[in-house]
Design a protein around this ligand. Structure first.
Ligand code: FE
Ligand code: FE
Ligand code: ZN
Length: 294
């Protein structure tokens, strides 16, 4: 795996080209080998997929042939670290004990399954506190992580930055940071920054990307930033809405997206598109981004 340490303070004058890790969300219904070949055909080198039905809970039996073949194929074909996304129904800070119990069982099982494809990442939404208050939400999320994290995990668990829709926890960097602090194995946690979400949450990555990155670094620490969900937004700055738009067609716009993928403190990270596209649309966006990237 790509593992060169990189002095971010010298990022700006570093001349050699950093590999562009780019991919999109893919359907997992036909297995890992199918996704791997699909992303290569779209021009990407990484991808995201749902661990199970995003709106339900059902999980498919694992196909060990597919997994073994994928682990080998991935190395040979330059597919970099992939990202598994937890289902939307996973809410570790729900008021309802049954929902919290589902979150525990689903994430524990997802992570066990991911032990079979070591070296990848697992992203989840911190959750919605549904009226219990952010403080209680943070406590419940940390408690959940204390129950599911293990020292011997082969996967990096990521908290996703949220738009702050409804009672979502994790739309402020401070909230993410407190969850990490309260988690016993917090040192093992990372963060996935969603560009649509942070902009909707009120972080101005269009007009002052440097300042947002500085704030992230001060509050969470840039070493925790492991992935970017690259999305434009259908809504204006600070709207707390969370509706993704195609690249360049929303309130972020192409110039801001270009600065994000080229920023010396972000450019080594993997970028995952979650834009409203079918496969041909993703193919076009990946080509456009590769062209834009310096
Ligand atoms: Fe997400
Ligand atoms: Fe996202
Ligand atoms: Zn979203």
């Amino acid at each position: 795996m790509y593992n060169e340490t990189y002095d971010v303070t010298k990022g700006a004058d570093k001349k050699e080209k950093v590999m562009f890790k780019i991919g999109c969300h893919l359907s997992a219904s036909k297995g890992f080998m199918h996704m791997a070949k699909e992303i290569l055909s779209l021009g990407g080198n990484t991808f995201q997929y749902f661990s199970r039905n995003p709106r339900g809970g059902a999980v498919k039996a694992l196909d060990m042939n597919d997994i073994n073949e994928f682990n080998e194929f991935k190395e040979k074909n330059g597919i970099t670290c992939i990202l598994c996304h937890a289902p939307y129904t996973l809410n570790p800070c729900s008021k309802d004990e049954k929902t919290r119990d589902f979150a525990y069982r689903a994430m524990k099982e997802d992570l066990e399954r991911m032990d079979l494809i070591p070296g990848n990442m697992y992203n989840f939404h911190p959750g919605s506190h549904v009226g219990q208050g952010t403080e209680t939400g943070i406590e419940l999320i940390a408690e959940h992580l204390n129950n599911v994290m293990r020292k011997d995990l082969k996967t990096t668990v990521l908290l996703e930055t949220m738009a702050g829709k409804g009672s979502e926890v994790g739309s402020r960097f401070e909230e993410i940071s407190r969850i990490i602090e309260k988690t016993e194995l917090g040192d093992m946690l990372g963060v996935c920054l969603d560009t649509c979400h942070v902009y909707d949450a009120g972080y101005d990555i269009v007009n002052d990307l440097d300042e947002v990155i500085r704030e992230f670094d001060m509050i969470i620490g840039l070493k925790r930033l492991k992935a970017i969900h690259l999305n434009d937004s259908k809504n204006p700055f600070g709207s707390h809405k969370d509706r993704h738009e195609k690249i360049g067609e929303g309130s972020l716009g192409l110039d801001a997206i270009e600065r994000i993928i080229d920023h010396p403190r972000l450019s080594e990270l993997p970028f995952y598109l979650e834009t409203p596209n079918e496969l041909p649309g993703y193919k076009k966006e990946i080509a456009l981004l590769k062209e834009m990237r310096h």
